[in-house]
Design a protein around this ligand. Structure first.
Ligand SMILES: [Zn+2]
Length: 160
């Protein structure tokens, strides 16, 4: 039985992605979705998965345990396999800092200290702020922009 990938939600996810993708000038492959959603999702075998993680697995193979799928193009909405690589949480967060994407508020040294404390101790932003003599709202804001805000059960990035 044939199906239309634009409307049928049961077809293979990579076909639905290919049918709906938008290719940008920088050769990023974007999947439409809510503009506020940094990581578009798609249903796959009854579950919602992020498009970029799905594409990595489909074209490049399994994601190493504990790794995130990062973007060389810095476009979180992109799912071009050529722009994706598996990195550790630290690499991923550090990449954000290196590109000055979110870290304008802090210099590189301070940003690295915050990230190191967060990763090594799992401390909430408030505690890190006290240790480093920074404002609580500033640190929490910084962490949340990196997708590292505190959630029930610990810190999570919104990429799973
Ligand atoms: Zn891209």
């Amino acid at each position: 039985m044939s199906y239309n990938p634009r409307t049928n939600y049961k077809g293979p996810a990579h076909e639905r992605i290919a049918a709906n993708r938008i290719v940008t000038d920088s050769n990023c492959w974007e999947y439409p979705g809510s503009p506020s959603n940094k990581y578009p999702t798609i249903s796959h075998e009854g579950c919602y998965v992020t498009v970029h993680r799905y594409m990595y697995q489909h074209y490049k193979g399994p994601i190493p345990k504990g790794h995130y799928i990062c973007h060389t193009c810095d476009n979180t909405r992109c799912h071009n396999p050529e722009h994706l690589y598996a990195g550790t949480p630290k690499q991923n967060a550090q990449d954000c800092v290196n590109r000055q994407r979110h870290a304008k508020k802090y210099d590189q040294e301070t940003a690295s200290k915050i990230l190191a404390m967060r990763e090594l101790t799992g401390m909430p932003g408030n505690t890190i702020a006290v240790h480093l003599g920074l404002s609580k709202s500033g640190v929490n804001n910084f962490l949340s922009k990196l997708g590292l805000s505190y959630q029930k059960g610990g810190y999570q990035r919104y990429v799973a």
